[in-house]
Design a protein around this ligand. Structure first.
Ligand code: NDP
Length: 273
């Protein structure tokens, strides 16, 4: 006998870290676009660039069912600033239904023995520690209310190593693995956890990785013919939204790996000299 499937719970309050660009910006926009009169949304958006947050909030508020858009200009790796920003949110947006831990970056392409310790520290601070701070600030409230969803943006780089990716790959392996570890702690609590693990996605990611070299960054997303070799931020946003708002309450997407059709896997590398 088929059981009746309870409808998905529409998210009323969503916090997206790293929403000034790329995947985060597209994700915040997706929730605003898809909100309805019956299910309006309030968004909290974070990032360091206050001016971009302000213009994003203006855009978000232009969608008819976006009830509130709150900018939090804060460095996700600044522990006390993160905790105090989230603690001091207005009461109207304190009960966060969805936390999208998206803020992150790769820096440099050097092999491990030539890497910059400063770059390594920044990647660990933002990709790992920043994600933990946001989670610690938001998750206890979800557990107390018995519902919520944490979406961590991991990466295919956390599963498949790429030359010059070393510390970035390791930080994303942390994110991918932490997500399933969180699931282990939260079974039956009503709080879902999803790791979305994108491949090549056209955002500001490569400009940041190549430290402002826009020409080099452009090449990562170039195709001489045919379809794009990169997903768009909005493609990943659709998947985040699908995981949180389009599935029944009892269904949890644990991990979802996604690549452009034109990206794939290489053979094992050998050095036979
Ligand atoms: P973008 O560079 O376009 O966006 C990154 C976002 O993170 C920006 O909003 C940036 O905001 C924010 N951010 C970076 N550092 C900090 C910080 N210290 N404090 C607060 N916010 C910060 O890149 P993507 O959209 O591509 O990246 C989003 C996530 O997706 C990252 O975790 C990345 O690792 C992951 N990812 C990306 C892939 C890709 O190919 N693009 C592939 C797989 C995963 P601001 O600068 O204003 O602080």
């Amino acid at each position: 006998m088929l059981r009746a499937t309870p409808a998905a719970l529409r998210s009323a309050c969503v916090l997206v870290t790293g929403a000034t660009a790329g995947i985060g910006k597209a994700t915040a926009t997706m929730y605003a676009q898809r909100a309805t009169a019956e299910s309006p949304v309030s968004l909290i958006v974070t990032g360091r660039r206050a001016n971009l947050l302000d213009s994003l909030c203006e855009d978000l508020m232009s969608y008819p069912h976006c009830k509130a858009a709150v900018p939090l200009a804060v460095d996700v790796s600044d522990k006390s600033a993160m905790f105090s920003a989230i603690e001091n949110l207005p009461d109207s947006v304190k009960n966060i239904d969805v936390l999208v831990n998206n803020a992150g970056l790769a820096l440099g392409t050097s092999p491990i023995h030539e890497g910059s310790v400063d770059d390594w520290e920044t990647m660990v601070d933002v990709n790992c520690k920043g994600l933990l701070y946001a989670t610690k600030a938001v998750l206890p409230g979800m557990v107390e209310r018995g519902e919520g969803h944490v979406v961590n943006i991991g990466s295919v780089a956390g599963t498949y190593n790429l030359p010059g990716g070393n510390v970035y790959c390791a930080t994303k392996a942390f994110v991918n693995h932490l997500s399933t570890a969180m699931r282990a702690d939260l079974i039956g609590v009503g709080v879902k956890v999803t790791s979305i693990e994108p491949g090549n996605t056209e955002t500001e990611f490569s400009v940041v990785r190549f430290k402002g070299d826009e020409d080099k960054a452009k090449k990562v997303y170039e195709a001489t013919n045919g379809p794009r070799v990169a997903c768009g931020g909005e493609d990943i946003a659709k998947i985040v939204y699908f995981a949180t708002d389009e599935l029944p309450k009892h269904v949890n997407v644990n991990r979802l790996e996604v690549m452009p059709e034109r990206q794939g896997f290489g053979p094992f590398a050998f050095n036979r000299e």
